[in-house]
Design a protein around this ligand. Structure first.
Ligand SMILES: Nc1ncnc2c1ncn2[C@@H]1O[C@H](COP(=O)(O)OP(=O)(O)OP(=O)(O)O)[C@@H](O)[C@H]1O
Ligand SMILES: [Mg+2]
Length: 254
């Protein structure tokens, strides 16, 4: 895997909106001049400051940074779960951050998958039912068959009828990965997907994530504290002082 120092941060005057025809790539995420402030004055926190980001189709990008620097906030804004205070997010050339919540939710459902640190499975539903949720919301035919196939891909065919509390942390995260990939999303957002797992289970989960990502040619945006994990992505971007820079976390910041 190589880390590129090129084009990781777009300047406001760069030609960022043009498609990169030379590489045969297509930009799926374009964020320009993103600002995010929270809290009331005089206690306002300025989390993101004029942040720019361009990610092409099929790229794997790690976003790293120390705790509290705004990684989850950025991921939430890119996914339309949260809105920027100022600035624009385009997803597949649509002005995502200017759509209303219903329209953003529809795009999320069709085009995006999520894997969170805390798994976020519905406890009252079986593994199979959890994986079927996004498929049913997107009115996909044969949701059950697709969900069963997705569970087989993560090695959990035998556990389809089990509830989350009957599964280990690693197994629950595999269900969450199956749920995220089952609708074949264009973009997969993963926020510290191994944060609640031991090192060995975490490695298995990451291997699975990259393997499915390769098979399905998904664009992967991965938030992590882990430099080793970040190195497995094509690009690593460091979020610091509200802006993205190419590079890894210094050891002392870990
Ligand atoms: N709604 C809010 N009100 C006040 N502060 C907030 C709010 N949302 C986020 N913050 C603050 O913004 C900063 C960035 O939070 P965020 O969760 O994005 O950080 P992070 O980089 O994901 O951290 P971690 O690595 O610990 O998950 C933190 O200082 C957090 O306390
Ligand atoms: Mg976070």
């Amino acid at each position: 895997m190589s880390l590129s120092n090129n084009n990781t941060v777009q300047s406001p005057t760069s030609n960022a909106t043009h498609k990169d025809v030379s590489k045969g790539t297509r930009e799926v995420i374009l964020a320009e001049n993103l600002n995010k402030c929270v809290g009331q004055s005089p206690n306002t926190i300025h989390i993101l400051r004029n942040l720019h980001l361009k990610i092409d189709s099929g790229e794997t990008v790690a976003i790293i940074g120390s705790s509290g620097c705004g990684k989850s906030t950025l991921l939430g804004i890119l996914a339309g779960l949260d809105l920027p205070t100022d600035g624009v997010v385009n997803i597949e050339s649509q002005h995502f951050s200017q759509l209303d919540e219903d329209d953003r939710a529809a795009i999320r459902g069709r085009r995006m998958g999520f894997v969170f640190q805390s798994f976020q499975l519905l406890q009252t539903m079986t593994a199979l039912e959890n994986v079927m949720i996004p498929l049913q919301l997107a009115h996909v035919n044969n949701a059950k068959q697709i969900a069963l196939t997705a569970l087989a891909q993560v090695g959990l065919s035998e556990r389809a009828q089990h509830y989350p509390k009957q599964l280990s942390g690693g197994e629950q995260q595999r269900v969450a990965i199956a749920r995220a990939f089952a609708p074949k999303p264009a973009i997969l957002f993963a926020d510290e997907p191994t944060g609640n797992l031991d090192a060995e289970t975490g490695k298995q989960i990451i291997d699975l994530l990259f393997s499915l990502n390769k098979q399905l040619q998904t664009t992967l945006v991965l938030v992590t504290h882990d430099n080793q994990l970040a190195k497995r992505c094509q690009r690593a971007l460091l979020l610091k002082d509200g802006q993205l820079h190419s590079g890894l976390l210094e050891d002392k910041a870990l």
